[in-house]
Design a protein around this ligand. Sequence first.
Ligand code: 7TS
Length: 421
Amino acid sequence: MMNNATLLEAPASPLDVKRIRDDFPILRETSNGKQIVYLDNAASTQKPTAVIDAIAEHYRHNNANVHRGIHELSNRASDAYDGARTRVAKLFGIADEAELIWTRGTTESLNLIAYSWGLANLKRGDEILLSELEHHSNLVPWQLVAQRTGAKLRFLRIDDQGRLDLEPLDQVLTERTKLVSLSHVSNALGTVNPVKEIAAKAHAVGALMVVDGAQSAPHLPVDVPSLGCDFYAFSGHKMCGPTGIGGLWGRREVLEAMPPFHGGGDMIEWVDLEQSTYAALPHRFEAGTPNIAGAVGLAAAADYLAGIGREAILAHERSLIAYAVERMGEIPDLRILGPSNLSERSGVVSFTLADVHPHDLATILDSEGVAIRAGHHCCQPLMKCLGVGSTARASFYLYNTPAEVDALVDALHKARGLFGY
Ligand code: 7TS
């Protein structure tokens, strides 16, 4: 259970949330006749006008295919697309933007590593180290690649607060370990993992380190090079950007040694009927017409987040989580899962209420206009470890307010009453 005393020391929010909310038109929508309270940000975030307009402007004024046409519109589209990479790289402190590959999102980024690097480098006897906390997209690709290569999967366990148990790390990491792949922040519990320390240990045994940044890219002021990892995967739609675009950062020497993932247009240097040579980074991993408008929208999101200030966003979320935990602590039979120390968690409060099924809880909350997620959160092995089938999850972002926490708590009290507690 959470310790409220430590959490109450969280700083007040530095954000002008009222002004920020004006940037998000969807927040003016109603849901079931009530003002919408959107607390499902770990699944996907809402989009500011700056992002919506950037996409619309692109299609209105600059739309054409990229890197092909010798015509004005194609040049404009290419400039917008290439410029987007520069802006997103800047947000994450990536100096060499050729190391940033556009993908459809975290899932595709992790599959790219698994199929390209994994199939080329793994063999029977090798080990891949994962953890019980992982999202299915950081488990299933490795299972598939392990089945094909004979490599073995090993797992870091979690403690009773949903933190990685790092005690056995020095024993688990051996010269057989070829790759460690961990989430930076757990989507189900909000646990922030010490990926930098783990990366240093992985490198000490010659293994590569992959960071699933789906939940850290939106919420922490991530500077990718300072994480000390070899790959960092993220999704645009979880950081105010559009769906269908995300990225994979990889260290140049590692990416350059990897075979292509998908073959097709744009990723080649020269093609003959029997064989081809491949384009330089990042294009060798970007086959086919890319998500041009998606990249433009994601760049607008990166600029928007940088303009607000990611340290300020983090401080805002911390104060909101502290308030949510304090208020939710008032509800009898409500159990909050995850680390009790505020500095070890980010934007998510996962909980159960007595023996009410989280889906039923979410349905009642929805009727009050409060949107949360309920289920296994694509973390079935984690749920098994926690001894629950599923949880209810409220997840926050820069536009959420203490008043919305109050609405959540009121709806939870109502649900409790309806279920006869
Ligand atoms: N890794 C983590 C830690 C995630 O939270 C998610 C999505 C993914 C990978 C996959 O990202 P995608 O954009 O490729 O789908 N997590 C969630 C969630 O918590 N609820 O819906 C999606």
